[in-house]
Design a protein around this ligand. Structure first.
Ligand code: NAD
Ligand code: 2HG
Length: 311
């Protein structure tokens, strides 16, 4: 029996690739190269992606044999799950694999915002010693507003409560009866928080959730942190709001289009911007790779030769 063909179109850990290669014909390419992706999919049985590959209906159209799309991570906003389901293609991901990594990066961005760490470091690298301009604020006693109280939101709450922040959360679908975390409406959370952090998926219902009106509710001294998804925040509205200094700053790990090219947000002095690093730890990548490889191999089981130990 020929080995099933697995297309890997984003970076995966060596350990994951070795597991896949032990049973499958693994082919690599860059999923941003649509032409190469289309060509490779004509005889593919599985496709494994991270966030860099858009798996839309056009991609699925080119893959007549595809049984499974594996997403080595959490968010499925880059996969057309409705078309996949209609065509009987399984979609598997690794929920929880990177929760701690994203929560820890979020803590870092909250602290970096409150203490102007990146702007101050940049200024010293430029040979300047501008201590008074970079006076920050303490987090203790201030209010954190968490929008989306799922896996990451809960881990951020725990960590920031240890900084003695008062924690509010807004999530229409989650039970927020959780220790000292107080459930609020979105408007109240935006108006009362000193730091607002987003931890919800990007869906048609959440795209543009934080727009000009919502930003105008925030305190002029507040910071917005987004390690969830670009597009949940209206970037044009955010650019205008940050230029006017309300909110005071933003820390962004994600963008509506990635890479964000010449987005004006990148040029603003009150923006800390990262290239979508939330899940980029060795620990999270290993967990995501293991989980997704296991799930993809399970979907391919009917095509796999029995292993010598199994017969
Ligand atoms: N930066 C990164 O590298 C990175 C890594 C992992 C996940 N993420 C993003 O973070 C998001 C959250 O991850 P998670 O593992 O916590 O997901 P999760 O599914 O555990 O939690 C998401 C929460 O958002 C809530 N939600 C949905 N719509 C909402 C709305 N309109 N308002 C408020 N809350 C709403 C859900 O009820 C759920 O509780 C993912 O969807 C993904 O897009 C980013
Ligand atoms: O592919 C990545 O590293 C990003 C993954 C992350 O955004 C996720 O949703 O799990």
């Amino acid at each position: 029996m020929p080995s099933p063909i697995v297309i890997v179109s984003d970076a995966l850990p060596g350990e994951t690739l070795a597991v896949l290669k032990s049973a499958c014909d693994v082919r690599h390419l860059d999923g941003r190269d649509r032409k190469a992706l289309f060509a490779a999919l004509t005889d593919a049985d599985a496709l494994i992606v991270r966030s860099g590959t858009r798996v839309d209906a056009e991609v699925l159209d080119r893959a007549p044999r595809l049984r499974v799309v594996g997403r080595a991570g959490v968010g499925l906003d880059n996969v057309d799950t409705i078309t996949a389901a209609a065509r009987g293609i399984a979609v598997v991901n690794a929920p929880g694999s990177n929760t701690v990594s994203v929560a820890e990066l979020t803590v870092g961005l909250i602290v970096a915002s409150a203490r102007h760490i990146t702007a101050a470091a940049r200024s010293l690298e430029d040979g300047q010693w501008r201590r008074s301009e970079f006076a920050g604020v303490e987090l203790a006693g201030r209010t954190l507003g968490i929008v989306g109280y799922g896996r990451v939101g809960r881990q951020v709450a725990r960590r920031m409560a240890a900084f003695d922040m008062r924690v509010l959360a807004h999530d229409p679908y989650a039970d927020i009866a959780d220790g000292d975390v107080h459930a609020t409406g979105l408007d109240e959370l935006l108006a009362t928080s000193d730091v607002v952090t987003l931890h919800l998926p990007r869906t048609p219902g959440t795209a543009g959730l934080i727009g000009a009106r919502e930003l105008s509710l925030m305190k002029p001294t507040a910071y917005l942190v987004n390690t969830a998804r670009g597009g949940i925040v209206d970037e044009s509205a955010l650019t205008r709001a940050l230029r006017e200094g309300r909110p005071a700053g933003a820390a962004l790990d994600v963008f509506a289009t990635e890479p964000p090219g010449s987005s004006p947000l990148l040029a603003l002095p009150n923006v800390v911007a990262l290239p979508h690093l939330g899940a980029s730890t060795h620990d999270a990548q290993l967990r995501a790779g293991r989980e997704v490889a296991g799930k993809v191999l399970a979907e391919l089981a009917p095509l796999l030769s029995p292993s010598p130990t199994a017969v």
